[in-house]
Design a protein around this ligand. Structure first.
Ligand code: GLU
Length: 430
């Protein structure tokens, strides 16, 4: 049997298949040894747990949960915990792989991991979510820790979930262990600027892309004359939209799970945010035209920010895309096939592991600040974030030129260059 044939357990999701395809493409372009490539295709360790929860009505419901460490070569595992009804082992493994690549790309001393529970959190009360989070933490406790593997928020989770995880872990250890998670509220050791960090980073790299395209005489965009559409008006999309608007860019459309809203003159984001906080959805927003998510993807805008979930731009709708720059706020929003097509059409795609790395960068700052018990203000955090994002962007752009490839492949090459050196230096045990 060829050793390329795998058990299939990890490979069932399109996200995983895409991640492996992208990795193979990068490996081929950079001439990576197949020993290293093979190791990177499979996670180091995965744990599947069942999580029984006493619901408010007295019944017990059991949920499926996962924690996957893709690589710990560069340091402790790092990556979020996702609450979503589609979560499965394969998807979490793919997301863990993306975390390895992301941390390596931006030069953090961290590996890659991810966790998730197959649940629709909007159907659970606060008490039920707390019970779910605490029992899950207890089930995976042997895998996590400040030196081992450090969870953070992801789709469907936020600072409150991290506070419950930190408390559960600390109760088990007998003392407060804030370093076990990042993305915590500031009152218990969170970092200034962490909630906004991913959305900010998404826009920092758009600015770098515009500058570079001008320098290379490929295009001359002025951000304050551009239009933008943001798919996914959540933790990342709301901040990205605000940051774009702050720079004079006209944000003409945003959307959530139920659909989008459009105003060709630019949305009043303050008003949209107020409506969203009150109604928990954009649906019914009275001061703009209602559109579907598919219409948003196909809008005639300069900049598109897919910031919701994976697999949004695929072979089905790639030909509708009219944006010239795409900054991937979500993980894996464009399939490999769609990415290759769009790049062949001259669309400048800033890939997820670069574009949305702001979150894990400030998570790293939070971890470092916690270890030193010395905290920075938001301005210091943002400056350090901007510096790391700029350096990473230019390293990726440099590799795109050197290897004559798109930014996605270049980003993976940049990650794998660092990671493979570390793997070779550490050697193979035993
Ligand atoms: N969930 C975020 C991501 O996908 C952040 C992970 C972290 O901060 O550890 O990058």
């Amino acid at each position: 049997m060829s050793h390329n044939l795998r058990s299939g357990l990890y490979e069932t999701s399109p996200l995983y298949q895409n991640a492996v395809m992208d990795l193979e493409m990068a490996g081929k372009t950079m001439g990576l040894s197949s020993n290293v490539l093979d190791r990177l295709k499979m996670p180091k360790k995965a744990m599947c747990v069942s999580i029984p929860v006493r619901m408010d009505d007295g019944s017990v419901k059991t949920f499926e949960g996962y924690r996957v460490q893709h690589s710990t070569t560069l340091g402790p595992g790092k990556g979020g915990i996702r609450f979503h009804p589609e979560v499965n082992l394969s998807e979490v493994s793919a997301l863990a792989m993306l975390m390895t690549m992301k941390c390596s790309l931006v030069g953090l001393p961290l590996g890659g991991a991810k966790g998730g529970i197959r649940v629709d959190p909007s159907q659970l009360s606060r008490a039920e979510q707390q019970a779910l989070t605490r029992r899950f933490t207890m089930e995976i406790i042997s895998m996590i820790g400040p030196e081992q593997d450090i969870p953070a928020p992801d789709v469907g989770t936020d600072g409150q979930h991290m506070a419950w995880m930190m408390d559960t872990y600390s109760m088990a250890k007998g003392h407060a262990v804030p370093g076990v998670v990042t993305g915590k509220p500031m009152e218990i050791g969170g970092s200034a600027g962490r909630p906004e960090s991913t959305g900010r980073g998404v826009v920092y790299v758009i600015e770098h892309a515009i500058e570079l395209l001008k320098k290379q005489n490929k295009a001359d965009f002025k951000l304050n004359q551009c239009t933008a559409a943001v798919h996914g008006f959540g933790k990342v999309g709301t901040v990205a939209a605000d940051e774009l608007a702050m720079r004079g860019c006209k944000v003409v459309a945003v959307s959530d799970f139920f659909g989008g809203i459009y105003d060709k003159n630019g949305l009043d984001l303050k008003d949209v945010n107020a409506y969203m906080s009150k109604n928990r959805t954009l649906k019914g927003y009275p001061k703009a035209e209602a559109i579907t998510n598919e219409q948003l993807i196909g809008l005639n805008v300069d900049i598109l920010v897919p910031a919701a979930i994976d697999g949004v731009i695929t072979r089905e709708n790639m030909k509708n895309v009219k944006a010239k720059i795409i900054s991937e706020g979500a993980n894996g929003p464009i399939t490999s096939e769609a990415q290759q097509y769009l790049e062949s059409q001259g669309v400048y795609i800033i890939p997820d592991i670069l574009a949305n790395a702001g979150g894990v960068i400030v998570s790293y700052f939070e971890w470092v600040q916690g270890l030193q018990q010395f905290f920075w203000n938001e301005k210091e955090v943002n400056e350090k974030l901007a510096e790391i994002m700029a350096r990473a962007f230019h390293r990726v752009a440099g590799n795109a030129e050197k290897f004559n490839c798109g930014m996605k492949t270049a980003a993976l090459i940049t990650s794998v260059e660092r990671l493979s050196q570390a793997m070779l230096l550490r050697g193979l045990f035993p």
